[in-house]
Design a protein around this ligand. Structure first.
Ligand code: AMP
Ligand code: TRP
Length: 334
């Protein structure tokens, strides 16, 4: 009998600021739902956090990394069955980044839309902001990854990873597996509550109340954010005709409830937006309360959390070092 190998998965979330509903629906929840079908590595990508200089306080970054890892487990990632670790604990990532960056044309990085928009947010653009997708490519390629489950905003970076891997393979021989992005059908692009034209974002949420529901918000905070979400002066609750703000509320309700569009439209038809907001608030609280409860328990046993992360880093290193050695052999380094 041949045992079919499970597809390999790699994904990560930056520990800059609190995780929000977009991170949960676009990434964490889909990871949890498919974890049994795949061989998974989930990383807290702390080396990505300093790319926007001044955006994150160095005093809290290490603590945030633990908090994000705890949220992975609280959301349902099984620490026994998956490799979970903090990126900077496995230095192979930075070493691989250097080798990959030498094979990455500058023009490819200049084209990244996230670079274009983020570089406008800061006065001084660090080189790391430009080369950050190469670090992300290293993360993915070091683990012979087949699938990268991410939200829609990361699609371009995964495409770039594929291009880098193919170019590297062309130049140096068959070193890398070519990965593909897996984007959830629902929840891949959660918009903000205060400006529904803008994607829910950690850095904006940090300085703007009403922008996002964070996973660790109190019920009171969630209520304030959702009840003051931007809508319009109509009573239109059909997906096709709804304004951006209402569409976002309906989509969030759909993603969290698992109900069909038709039954949601029937439920909210003619009811006014207050009712939609109240029902959405209810389902958000109901979904996040168990996550918050488990999070508190996990953070209470810090020694155990550190043990799991040290174990994860060791297992990750075992895999990453094999690929890095392959890269070195292929390029003649070492
Ligand atoms: P980041 O917050 O940039 O570290 O993103 C971590 C993961 O969450 C990535 O897979 C993103 O694509 C996903 N993500 C971030 N913001 C959103 C959003 N507003 N809607 C859906 N997914 C998101
Ligand atoms: N760049 C991703 C983001 O901002 C986070 C990330 C870093 C990532 N390395 C990764 C996601 C590897 C998937 C795979 O959301």
């Amino acid at each position: 009998m041949t045992i079919k190998k499970k597809p390999k998965v790699f994904s990560g979330i930056q520990p800059s600021h609190a995780l929000h509903l977009g991170n949960y629906l676009g990434a964490l929840k889909p990871w949890v739902e498919s974890q049994n079908e795949t061989d998974n590595v989930f990383c807290v990508v702390d080396l990505h956090s300093p790319t926007l200089l001044g955006d994150i306080d160095p005093k809290i970054l290490a603590e945030n990394s633990r908090s994000v890892a705890a949220l992975y487990f609280a959301a349902g990632i099984d620490p026994e069955e998956n490799i979970v670790f903090i990126q900077s604990h496995v230095p192979e990532h930075t070493e691989a980044t250097w080798i990959l960056s030498c094979a990455t044309p500058l023009g490819w990085l200049n084209r990244m839309t996230q670079f274009k928009s983020k570089s406008q947010l800061v006065e001084s653009v660090g080189t790391g902001l430009l080369t950050y997708p190469v670090l992300m490519a290293a993360d993915i390629l070091l683990y012979d990854t087949n699938r990268v489950p991410v939200g829609d905003d990361q699609r371009q970076h995964v495409e770039l990873t594929r291009d880098i891997a193919m170019r590297f393979n062309n130049l140096f021989g068959d070193v890398f597996t070519i990965p593909e992005a897996v984007i959830p059908k629902l929840g891949a692009r959660v918009m903000s509550f205060d400006e529904p034209e803008t994607k829910m974002s950690k850095s904006i949420a940090r300085s703007k109340a009403g922008h996002a529901v964070n996973l660790l918000d109190s019920e009171k905070q969630m209520k304030k954010t959702i009840m003051s979400a931007v809508t319009d002066s109509e009573r239109e609750t059909r997906f096709e005709h709804a304004s951006k703000g209402v569409y976002n509320l309906l989509s969030l309700y759909q993603t969290l409830s698992g109900e069909s569009k038709e039954s949601i439209e029937a439920k909210f038809d003619g009811q006014g937006y207050g009712f939609l907001k109240k029902e959405l608030l209810g389902i958000v609280i109901e979904s996040l309360a168990p996550v918050q409860k488990r999070y508190a328990e996990i953070m209470d046993d810090r020694a155990e959390l550190e043990r799991i992360l040290a174990n994860g880093a060791q297992k990750a290193k075992e895999r990453a070092s094999v690929t890095l050695q392959r890269m070195k052999n292929a390029t003649g380094v070492g």
